[in-house]
Write a protein that binds this ligand. Structure first.
Ligand code: UGA
Length: 452
């Protein structure tokens, strides 16, 4: 099928590469000329496992362009994957989605059928608004036009984007017309039936089952995306709340998570207590859902509490540091990990940023390491007093304590004895509970975890 994808961020670029890998004829549009130049030269603009390798393999088949008019008229499907950043009120700003839809309507053939698919995360009801935008353009053009709007929320996780796109748990489609449903079924057929050859780098998991394509109305599809993210966010906040109480009663939250996770109704995943969630999704999507609730005069105390617990974790860790060091003024603190999670260079809403800001405010000197996110973290701070250290074994020099913020693999394998020798005072706050406390203690380091 001929497909145009508007937006080449995490979702747009991953989708473009996967659809091209599945032999669709793909064009990708973006307004950022620098990003397009990079892509046209075969360079991936984001750090995401195997994306560069996929770009090397199929990128030359994709037309990367600035101009919607170049590629939309001949397409069968147009996928919108542009950003929906938060407004001051917390609600998601859908203006980029609406602009993209308007531009599509301006250039599409009046007699050809198109399915316009919203992949961006958008507030409930956006599909209707987008259909209105398109109809307004058709009225101005004095043509009837034939565009079906469908909602197809994206569930990919950063760091696992390609894996999630090739082997999804489910595909959700919200559409009111048979045309749109058929187009999306055809688009995803190779994934639904797993008829493609698995890439060597990303083999199909042995236990993987064919994913269902769930079809529903567009409003419910839009709500599914917010409800899924909010549920995962509150699962993490729940275990963090339990972790706080574990500290009071001397229980170990990792044991508690293991015990409750064995109940198949609960499950093990997303029960890792620690510094909580960051990134471009949960903070924004939980706020957007609350925005929708407020607009409808509806209370969502559980979602509000999940946010409160989450952001408290970042303060809690600084409290632990202050408690063990007596004061933070003049103390040197090492930060292991800046990205909001491992395997990405994304620092949006990362716990590291809040923690570093608090430490600097209290007069501490901060030394920070990350395997890939240092450039993005530097951009996030106007304050030049933070020392970014590219070599992890240089980080401990003169530190009064180290805080592990992001659980990169590299940190699991650190030589803890070497670390201990280099620190001024050997104290480690394990913000993701990755170490065995006994291993850290055996290395001569004072260990403080979360909820253990
Ligand atoms: C999340 C969802 O998992 C995706 O399904 C969704 O498509 C995406 O948002 C989105 O809306 O675009 P992502 O934000 O990439 O994906 O990352 P997650 O793996 O879900 O992790 C989010 C945060 O939760 C990270 O900061 C991670 O460290 C934290 N986390 C995760 C925990 O603190 N504990 C856990 O047990 C799991």
């Amino acid at each position: 099928m001929k497909v145009t994808i508007i937006g080449t961020g995490y979702v747009g670029l991953t989708t473009a590469l996967v659809l091209s890998y599945l032999n669709h004829d793909v064009s990708a549009v973006d307004k950022d000329i620098n990003k397009l130049n990079l892509l046209q030269e075969g360079n991936c603009p984001i750090h995401e496992p195997y994306l560069q390798e996929f770009l090397d393999e199929v990128g030359y088949n994709i037309r990367f362009t600035l101009d919607i008019a170049d590629v939309v008229p001949d397409s069968d499907l147009v996928l919108i994957a542009v950003g929906t950043p938060p407004k001051k009120s917390g609600e998601a700003d859908t203006s980029h989605v609406e602009t993209a839809a308007k531009e599509v309507a301006e250039v599409c053939h009046p007699d050809k059928h198109y399915t316009l698919v919203i992949k961006s995360t958008v507030p409930i009801g956006t599909n209707r608004r987008v259909a209105e935008v398109i109809n307004d353009v058709f009225s101005q053009r004095q043509v009837k036009g034939d565009v079906s709007v469908a909602s197809n929320p994206e569930f990919l996780q950063e760091g696992l984007a390609l894996h999630g796109a090739l082997y999804p748990d489910r595909i959700v489609v919200g559409a009111n017309t048979e045309n749109a449903l058929n187009d999306l079924r055809r688009l995803y057929q190779p994934i639904l039936e797993q008829t493609f050859d698995s890439p060597t780098l990303l083999p199909r998991p042995e236990s993987y089952h064919l994913p269902p394509m769930m079809t529903t109305d567009p409003n419910s599809a839009e709500m599914i995306k917010y409800a899924a993210n909010t549920f995962l966010a509150l699962k993490i906040s729940f275990i963090n709340e339990i972790a706080g109480l574990c500290e009071e009663v001397r229980a170990d939250v990792t044991e508690v998570a293991r015990g409750i996770g064995l109940d198949s109704r609960i499950g093990h995943r997303f029960l890792r207590a620690g510094l909580g969630w960051g990134g471009s999704c949960y903070p924004k999507d939980t706020a957007a859902l609350l925005g929708v609730a407020t607009e409808n005069d509806y209370e969502m105390p559980i979602t509000e509490a999940a946010r409160k617990v989450n952001f408290k974790q970042r303060k809690h860790i600084v409290d632990k540091l202050r408690e063990v060091l007596k004061t933070l003024e003049g103390k040197t603190i090492g930060i292991l990990g800046l990205s909001f999670k491992p395997n990405t260079d994304d620092v949006r809403e990362a716990p590291s940023l809040d923690i570093i800001r608090q430490l600097v405010d209290e007069g501490a000197v901060v030394r920070a390491h990350d395997p890939v996110a240092i450039p993005n973290a530097k951009n996030a701070f106007s304050d030049h007093s933070i020392h970014f250290i590219p070599d992890v074994y240089q980080l401990p020099m003169n530190t009064d304590a180290i805080v592990l913020v992001t659980e990169w693999d590299l940190y699991h394998k650190l030589d803890l004895r070497r670390l201990a020798k280099l620190m001024k005072t050997p104290i480690l706050i394990d913000g993701r509970n990755v170490y065995s406390p006994q291993d850290v203690i055996n290395a001569g380091i004072h260990y403080i975890g979360i909820g253990r």
